[in-house]
Every structure is written in structure tokens, then in C-alpha cells.
Write a protein that binds this ligand. Structure first.
Ligand SMILES: Nc1nc2c(ncn2[C@@H]2O[C@H](COP(=O)(O)OP(=O)(O)O)[C@@H](O)[C@H]2O)c(=O)[nH]1
Ligand SMILES: [Mg+2]
Length: 318
């Protein structure tokens, strides 16, 4: 026999910590209200598991657990495999840990410290002999998708923002760019539908190398696809790995595609050789998404009889 918590977001029955923070989840009132089923009894949660989150990248259910302490901003980080997405995110995390500010805000919290730290472990020196290496590829097909990394930021007016950054496999976006409704592009569709802002990465190293033709076409395809969905959401084209500059022709072609597909988008360069540029890339969209977009002026419908009746039935017809 097994008892499940009555809170849908609680995974205490699976050996994780109580969502409500109870030290002994069997004493939690939500647990007592839960139903008993005939599933096998799992191992009970180890005493060390006493916080209601794991610290790993967030899954979709976990989002509900972020307290509504401030505005939530979802940044979609788009780009093919190996374009430097994870590196860019990590650069921002390390910058915040150094005490740096991001979009004029400082680090306040993270629900995904464990995920950040396991990525950061790859770029920190373990000893003098070991050179830091970049994080491994973010694989496709993990069960908790998309991987969302969280930082809580505090602005100048003490306002809090929960910023969620997608750390998704590049294949999702490559598939989505080619075929919008591809089943394995579902993660890309999820991100594009919900994101408050976008970073699109163009890998300068590939654009400067022998594969520059296909690389240019892939980015152009991604920009065209995103152009159909971005609406007026802040978007930046990031020339990543800018320590390998592509030739002026390729740059001009992509710039033209950007202007045609997403006219309001901006451009920045980023490179790990100048860490401030990694923060600059994120800042370019975060500062715009920090405050909600202003509502458009309401256009009064045609006044037929009486000002009070002006909006009557307006919804039903729109
Ligand atoms: N030269 C150079 N290489 C970079 C830079 N950023 C990332 N890389 C390289 O790009 C590879 C892929 O980076 P990663 O962040 O894992 O890409 P992702 O697949 O888009 O998440 C890494 O192994 C690094 O070798 C950069 O600014 N300059
Ligand atoms: Mg990655």
C-alpha cells in the first residue's frame, strides 16, 4: 500500500522531499489528505533530503514550485548543437557568483544550484595541471525537458525577478527550423510559445570554417522560423565564439536575414575570451524583458448609442 500526497507537485511518495517543507512528510496535512493506492511502497526519503527541491535543472512540474515572489522571465536560448548555448549560460552564472550585476540586478537565489554547479565544475580548475574544459553536450531525450536553469535577481528598487534560462539540446531547434511540427521539435515549440525573450546563437567558428555554407543556411532557416513566432518579443542574434570572426560576406547575409525576419532584433558578439561579453548577450534581452511590456492603448469601439454601452458585446465579436 502506498500513500500519495494530495498536492500534485509533491513527489514525497517517490522518495523526494516534502513539497511543503515538512521534515517528516507523513505528518504533513497534505499527505494525510492524500489517497492510498496499492502501488509498491518506495524507499522512504533519506533524512538528508529536507528541502523541497533537488537543485537540478527544473522540469515543467517544478515550475509550479517557484514561489510567486516576483515576475518570472523565461529566456529561450536557441541555436544548433555546439553553438555555445550552455557556455553562455554558465558564463553568466559565474559572473553573478563573482558579484557582478546582470541587467543592473544582483544574484538573490537559485533553485537550480546543483545543475549550475555541475556545469560549472567543468570550467573550474581542479588543480594547476588540469586545464578547464567546456561543459559536455546537452543531450536530447532526457526525461526532464526542457532543462531550465533558474536565477533569482534583485534589481535596484529591490524588485525580484525569477529568470529561467532554457538549456536545451541544439537538435530541437535544428529540427524545428526544418520542420515546424516535427514530433522531436516539441521542446522547441514549448520554448518559443512561452519565452519572454530570445537569444539566437550563430557560431562564428563554424561560420568562419569550411562548413560555413551549411552553417549560414541553418541559421537563416532558424531566423525565418522564429520570425513567424517572435512577434514583438525582445530578440538578440548572438555572434558566439566571436574570437573566430567570419568573413564580411557571411556576416552581411545573416544580418540581412535578421532584418527581414525579425526587424526589431539586435545583435551582439560574445566570446569566452572576454567574459563580460557573455553577460552582455543575456543583458541585451533581459533588460528589455525586465518589466512587462506596456499595454497598448485601448481603441474605443464605434459608439452607437451610449458611452457605457461602447464596450458591450465587444469581446463576443472580437
Ligand atoms: N573558441 C571558442 N569556443 C567556444 C566558445 N564558447 C564555447 N566554445 C566551444 O563550443 C563548444 C560547444 O559549447 P556548448 O556551450 O556546449 O554548446 P551548446 O551545445 O550550444 O550548449 C565547447 O566545447 C567549446 O569548445 C567561445 O566563446 N570561443
Ligand atoms: Mg548545451
Amino acid at each position: 500500500m502506498m500513500t500519495r500526497c494530495s498536492q500534485v507537485n509533491c513527489f514525497a511518495h517517490a522518495g523526494e522531499a516534502c513539497w511543503d517543507g515538512a521534515r517528516d512528510h507523513t505528518r504533513c496535512p497534505f499527505w494525510s489528505a492524500g489517497e492510498t493506492s496499492s502501488e509498491a511502497v518506495p524507499e522512504s526519503a533519506p533524512a538528508s533530503v529536507r528541502v523541497p527541491w533537488s537543485g537540478g535543472a527544473l522540469g515543467l512540474t517544478d515550475l509550479v514550485n517557484l514561489s510567486a515572489q516576483g515576475r518570472m522571465i523565461l529566456i529561450g536560448v536557441l541555436g544548433a548543437q555546439d553553438t555555445g548555448k550552455t557556455t553562455l549560460l554558465l558564463g553568466n552564472y559565474l559572473e553573478l557568483l563573482r558579484g557582478g550585476r546582470l541587467a543592473d540586478a544582483s544574484f538573490a537565489a537559485s533553485r537550480t544550484l546543483h545543475a549550475w554547479e555541475s556545469l560549472a565544475a567543468w570550467v573550474r580548475f581542479d588543480d594547476a595541471a588540469r586545464r578547464p574544459s567546456f561543459p559536455p553536450h546537452t543531450p536530447r531525450g532526457t526525461s526532464r525537458v526542457p532543462g531550465l536553469l533558474h536565477v533569482g535577481l534583485r534589481g535596484r528598487q529591490d524588485e525580484l525577478r525569477d529568470v529561467l534560462l532554457t538549456d536545451a539540446p541544439g537538435e530541437w531547434f535544428t529540427r524545428w527550423a526544418i520542420q515546424e511540427d516535427a514530433p522531436d521539435a516539441e521542446g522547441a515549440r514549448w520554448i518559443v510559445e512561452r519565452a519572454d525573450a530570445f537569444l539566437v546563437l550563430a557560431d562564428c567558428e563554424r561560420l568562419a570554417g569550411s562548413q560555413r555554407g551549411p552553417a549560414r543556411n541553418n541559421i537563416r532557416q532558424l531566423l525565418e522560423r522564429l520570425g513567424n513566432h517572435a512577434r514583438d518579443r525582445p530578440t538578440t542574434l548572438v555572434w558566439s565564439k566571436a574570437d573566430h570572426p567570419p568573413n564580411a560576406g557571411i556576416r552581411a547575409q545573416l544580418r540581412r536575414a535578421l532584418n527581414e525576419c525579425i526587424p526589431h532584433a539586435s545583435e551582439v558578439e560574445s566570446t569566452t575570451t572576454d567574459r563580460r561579453t557573455l553577460a552582455g548577450a543575456l543583458e541585451s534581452v533581459l533588460s528589455l524583458a525586465w518589466s512587462p511590456p506596456r499595454a497598448r492603448a485601448v481603441t474605443e469601439p464605434v459608439l452607437e448609442h451610449h458611452p457605457f454601452a461602447a464596450f458591450r458585446g465587444h469581446h463576443a465579436h472580437s
